[in-house]
Design a protein around this ligand. Sequence first.
Ligand code: ATP
Length: 367
Amino acid sequence: MATVTLDALRKEFDSGQIVAVDDVSLDVDDGEFVTVVGPSGCGKSTTLRMIAGLEQPTSGRIRIGDRDVTDVHARKRDVAMVFQNYALYPHKTVEQNMAFGLRMSTDLSKEERRERVRETAEMMGIEGLLDQQPGELSGGQKQRVALGRAIVREPDVFLFDEPLSNLDAKLRTTMRTEIQHLQNELDITAIYVTHDQEEAMTMGDRIVILNDGELQQTGAPTDVYRNPANEFVGGFVGSPSMNFLNVGVEHAGSSALLSGADGRFEYELTDDRLVGALADRDAVTVGIRPEDVFVLDDGDRRANAVETTVDVVEPVGSDNYLHLDIAIEFVARVDSDVEPEVGDRVRVAFDPSDLHLFDANSGESLL
Ligand code: ATP
């Protein structure tokens, strides 16, 4: 059973001046693929390095299966780590690189080791490279070798530290799919660190979002996307980013009027759930995803719409991103056949069920 349990894990550096990881607790199931994502410096790598045994926690415990490994040496943890810079031995051949970890961690005979390396190399499509040295390989080939070297050891847990960051965009997409296939096929437990929210969303069974060393939210990617726990998560997950508006609230019976201080946004909320969530607040932060904004046809005169000006039209192929004069940064993502001109007045609307409401001070979701 290769579950991984982090219990109030904390890591300080510089005698406590820096808190890299702040009381992070997490249960990873056997066979689960968990992605850990957050901005630079949020503590992703430090968390992973503590699980690998490369960094000692200041406090908290780490369990793999039913074994407490907090004080167990890295080599005895039965985890394999794949790094961004591949970490291959430059003067060993691919075969020797792959066999090296096996020699260190198992008692297989030389012939058995050879056989296992060959089988894994075939699975990874690198059998033709076994006699070459890392210097002769492309970035993608090196990362395949690094993956092969991890897989051949059949560890309990795989740890990935931004393994695709050095590859070009196209290769990154291919390798993402390959890693997902391998993970499904081998049914391995994996913790995968990335700063790329799209990578985290597409690859993970579950996504963990960190900020400033603290765990912000964990859940299935679509759940996190639909129900962000706070403003940070709402803004971090999804591209282009969620739009935020700080607005005042005027309650009027069963509805509430939201209005921005500069008069560019005014919207009447009538949806019971949303009005209820506002309770007796007089200010709130509204979150609206760019894809949830739609531009009304000229003939559509519905009352609950926002009239605004188009500042920029940014075509990105299948969609157009319209920058609207609703806030300093407010983007609508619309089909490419919706093509207003810069300076046009347009009316935009939202489905109330797509609106997010956050506490104006703490940023916590009110829904
Ligand atoms: P990135 O995506 O940039 O790699 P990260 O989310 O992986 O960032 P960490 O590398 O875990 O972040 O770093 C978390 C914090 O701890 C940062 O403020 C970093 O400067 C600090 N830190 C990490 N390692 C050390 C160290 N050995 N000594 C001092 N501070 C450290």
